[in-house]
Each structure stands twice: as C-alpha cells, then as structure tokens.
Design a protein around this ligand. Structure first.
Ligand SMILES: *[C@@H]1O[C@H](CO)[C@@H](O)[C@H](O)[C@H]1NC(C)=O
Ligand SMILES: *[C@@H]1O[C@H](CO)[C@@H](O)[C@H](O)[C@H]1NC(C)=O
Ligand SMILES: *[C@@H]1O[C@H](CO)[C@@H](O)[C@H](O)[C@H]1NC(C)=O
Ligand SMILES: *[C@@H]1O[C@H](CO)[C@@H](O)[C@H](O)[C@H]1NC(C)=O
Ligand SMILES: *[C@@H]1O[C@H](CO)[C@@H](O)[C@H](O)[C@H]1NC(C)=O
Length: 300
C-alpha cells in the first residue's frame, strides 16, 4: 500500500504483455503515476457479477484497460481493436471507463489494475482494485447414526456443500450434553475451488433427548433432536398373529361347514327316513298287494 501512495514515477513492471504485443510499439519504458487513491475493494459471489470502475478525469484518453497480474482483461488502446483479447465474461461500458464482469468464479478473485494514459501525456496511471469472491454454503444437513438399538449413543454428521472460502463446521450443542467432535474436513474441488465442509461428532445419550444444530460460514442447519427415546414402532402384523387369525378363521369356517353339513345331513336323513317309510309302506303295500295276489291266487 505504501508504494501505491508514493508520489513518484516508476516503471510499471506489470503492464499487460498481451496488450504490448497487440499494440506492438509500446515496448519501451512506460511511466506510471502512482495514484494515492484508496484501495478499491469489490465483492462478488460465484455466479454473480461485479463492475470495475476506473476513476479518470474528464479528459481524452489514449488507452484504458484492466489487467489481472500481467493478463489483459478488457480495455482499449486508441483506435486499436482489443476485442479478441478481452475476457469473454467482460463487457466495456459506453463510458469507456467501466467494465462489467459476469458469471464470476473463485479464480476471478485477486488484484486487478486499471491502467490508463491521457492523450498528450506519457505518464501511465494506475488504480488497484481488489476483487474478493465468495460462495454461500448450502444449508448444513444433519444425519444421525445410532450405534445400537437402544440409542445409548450416536454419531451425527453435519455436511454443507459448495462454499467459498473454506469454513469449518461449528456445532451448537447444550452444555449438559456429553459429546465430542470426532473429525472435521474441508474438501476443495480442484477445478472450481469450491469447498465441502463436514464434521462428525459422537453423542452419549444417557441424558436423553437434546436439540442441536450446526453452522458453516453464516449458514445454520435446522434444529435437530438427537438421543430421542425410542418410540415403540407401529406393530407390524406379526406372523404369529397372522397364523392365529388363519387358524381361527379356518376353525370358524370348519365349524360352520360342519354345522351346515350336519344340518343338511339331518334334513337329508329326515327325507331318507320318509322315503324309507314310504318304501316300507310300499313294501307293505306290495306285500299287501302280494299277499292279496297270493290270496287272489290262493283264492283263484
Ligand atoms: C448469500 O448470502 C447472503 C447473506 O446471507 C445473501 O445476501 C445473498 O443473497 C446470498 N447469495 C446467494 C446467491 O444466495
Ligand atoms: C469421520 O468419522 C466418521 C466416524 O468414524 C467416519 O464415518 C467418517 O468417514 C469420518 N470422516 C472423515 C472425513 O474422516
Ligand atoms: C462436494 O459436494 C458435491 C455435492 O454433494 C459433490 O458433487 C462434489 O463432488 C463434492 N466435492 C468434493 C471435492 O468433495
Ligand atoms: C455415557 O455416559 C455415562 C456417564 O458418564 C457412562 O456411564 C456411559 O457408559 C456412557 N455411555 C456410552 C455408550 O458411552
Ligand atoms: C458472514 O460471515 C462473515 C464472517 O465469516 C462476515 O464477515 C459476514 O459479514 C457475514 N455475512 C452476513 C451476511 O452475515
């Protein structure tokens, strides 16, 4: 910072090499006037936009551009076309001093310089703009794993995804609870640099149910109850009961069938008895007839 505020001329070692290559002639000593301006701090979010504004006087400019390190970002040099060098996620405003950067990712964070020169001047002026990029972590999710059926203890994991910068999980647990953190991890994606943060804690359940939560960055989980007493699970139809039901059902059906059969048999027997009776009568009649005929034969 001190050097930025030092009002002297110095050679800018970082003037975008690409722009120099493009304009060809600017290879010799370029003097940069250090601006004693407050460091511009820009904040952006992953996927969001920011606007870089270079503060220049209302004078004609020979060139004005933004560079990151030695890399050209966007800008112009008199009438030369620099569009093929400009980052695809940037647009220069009509005012030619404001640049918009879209679809930010973590790699865009860092120090930028706005370099410009007024027409008729050979002094290049520089402004430093610092861009920080953050990403909100997902709402942390808590998952519980009981080590035994009776819930004597459990392992609770708190996990949150895709944030930046790295942040540890913090646990919000009542003091009375017996617990300890087993491990914590912050896994960074090598490509996007986004971080997944998680932590696993051990809880002793001998004091009963406790409400806990966890946080990553500024984002907190919902309240979560651990060590809740075990509710008797809704009784599923047990095989024994099913078997008893089957036996009772079969028994009832059997009894009814037997009764029905018995009733039908009884009815049938009565019918049969009647027939037999009639038959008997018939026989008697026959016998009688027979007798009569015998008698008749005997008579004749
Ligand atoms: C990130 O969190 C901040 C603060 O809670 C909020 O203002 C902002 O809108 C969030 N960003 C996104 C992309 O959700
Ligand atoms: C943390 O510990 C738990 C329980 O021992 C284990 O399941 C999990 O994989 C560990 N996580 C890390 C990141 O080491
Ligand atoms: C982070 O979590 C996301 C979502 O669960 C997953 O897709 C990604 O692979 C994880 N990244 C790392 C580095 O573990
Ligand atoms: C929980 O803590 C109590 C009291 O300190 C102890 O007696 C018990 O063994 C612990 N239970 C487990 C599962 O660690
Ligand atoms: C989020 O947390 C950071 C510190 O980790 C803090 O500087 C920032 O102000 C917080 N943002 C919000 C919106 O609470």
């Amino acid at each position: 910072m001190a050097s930025h505020c030092n009002p002297r001329y110095f050679l800018n070692p970082r003037l975008s090499f690409q722009l120099l290559a493009l304009v060809g002639t600017l290879t010799w000593h370029i003097l940069v006037t250090a601006e004693c301006a407050a460091l511009n701090q820009l904040r952006g979010e992953v996927g969001g936009n920011v606007t870089f504004h270079c503060s220049v006087a209302n004078q004609e400019l020979k060139f004005l551009y933004l560079q990151k390190g030695e890399i050209f970002v966007n800008g112009y040099y008199e009438s030369k076309d620099t569009s093929q060098l400009a980052w695809k996620n940037t647009i220069m405003d009509h005012d030619k001093t404001t640049m918009h950067m879209y679809n930010l990712n973590v790699s865009h964070r860092g120090e930028y310089q706005c370099l410009f020169q007024y027409s008729g001047s050979s002094a290049t002026q520089k402004q430093v703009i610092h861009l920080s990029v953050t990403a909100n972590y997902s709402k942390p999710a808590l998952t519980v794993r009981y080590s035994d059926e009776n819930h004597h203890s459990c392992l609770v994991t708190c996990a949150s995804h895709c944030g930046y910068p790295g942040n540890k999980v913090t646990w919000n647990v009542p003091e009375s609870q017996m617990w300890n953190v087993l491990n914590s991890s912050e896994m960074s994606d090598p490509k996007t640099m986004m971080v997944n943060s998680s932590s696993t804690a051990y809880f002793n359940c001998s004091n009963g149910a406790t409400s806990i939560s966890c946080s990553v960055g500024n984002v907190s989980s919902d309240k979560f109850s651990v060590c809740a007493s075990i509710e008797p699970p809704p009784v599923p139809p047990s095989p024994v009961i099913e078997a008893i039901c089957a036996v009772v059902g079969i028994t009832i059906i059997s009894i009814v069938s037997v009764l029905l059969l018995w009733w039908r048999c009884k009815k049938g027997q009565r019918g049969a008895a009647a027939v037999h009776f009639r038959r008997v009568n018939g026989c008697e009649e026959e016998a009688t007839v027979h007798n009569e005929s015998n008698e008749g034969k005997e008579a004749s």
